[in-house]
Design a protein around this ligand. Structure first.
Ligand code: GLU
Length: 256
């Protein structure tokens, strides 16, 4: 087993960080397993200079040591780009087969927009989204608890109904993010604290951003790539990320 701490260096550590890290450390060390440190500094506008170093000093002071060199997300852009290119080669049908749903109800329509590797017939897993935050807020139902907003599917429908318009907008260099189309299926996993968890990908999570319109790879993509690449098998973190775990299992399966 290999565990990890994955703090975002957006300020001093708070009690939630320490609690999550203590849990991760105990989970790994109780059976002599290793634990890695990953500094999640991919979202540069949120990063506070010097915060990563302060966190590392605080962790050492608390006696919560880690194995190997720390990994910094800010130095792994090429890896995230490679992962996105790999995902872009997959069609929605292929991932639906892997995940085990035969339903085509909610698949996006054929387009090669932003995805040269897809054939003209294939429906891409990754698609461009031109919506602003205000557009999404206006079209979304409020979500409970963990502030997870389910994308209302506006650009997925645009690509399905007006593929030429979507292509034109890409050709015009219109500002856009990239989203992953979620399959019409339920992901089940076991959590040691909260027990069996079930999330319906399309209804509970929706098509999430994998690369933001400012070019930054999303938390969800970066974390999944890193946990896979670093061989992480034991994840202890805040309960606000329970739902994200279902999505990360989906992206992980697609990457594998
Ligand atoms: N970087 C996230 C945080 O500091 C944790 C991400 C994770 O554990 O997956 O809240």
């Amino acid at each position: 087993m290999t565990g990890r701490f994955a703090p975002t260096p957006s300020g001093r550590m708070h009690i939630g960080n320490v609690y999550a890290m203590l849990g991760a450390w105990l989970s790994a060390r109780k059976s002599g397993d290793s634990i890695r440190l990953r500094i999640e500094d991919i979202d540069e506008p949120r990063v506070v200079p010097g915060a990563a170093e302060t966190m590392m000093r605080d962790l050492e002071w608390l006696g919560l040591g880690w194995d190997d060199e720390p990994v910094f997300q800010s130095s792994r852009h090429a890896l995230y780009q490679e992962a996105l290119e790999l995902l872009s080669k997959l069609s929605f049908d292929e991932i639906s087969d892997i995940i085990g749903t035969g339903s085509n109800d909610s698949k996006p329509c054929s387009t090669t927009a932003g995805n040269e590797a897809a054939t003209s017939e294939a429906t891409p897993l990754i698609y461009p989204c031109f919506c602003s935050r205000a557009d999404i807020r206006a079209a979304s139902a409020p979500q409970e608890g963990d502030r997870f907003t389910v994308y209302p599917g506006t650009c997925r429908r645009l690509i399905a109904s007006e593929p030429q318009r979507a292509k034109q907008r890409l050709a015009n260099n219109d500002r856009h993010s990239m989203r992953i189309a979620t399959a019409d299926t339920t992901i089940t996993f076991h959590d040691e604290v909260f027990g069996t968890q079930q999330y319906h990908l399309a209804h509970d999570i929706g098509d999430i951003i994998v690369r933001r319109s400012d070019g930054i790879y999303s938390y969800q993509l970066a974390v999944t790539v890193d946990d896979l690449d670093m061989g992480i098998t034991d994840i202890v973190r805040g309960r606000d990320l329970l739902r994200s775990n279902a999505l990360q299992i989906y992206i992980r399966k697609a990457l594998i």
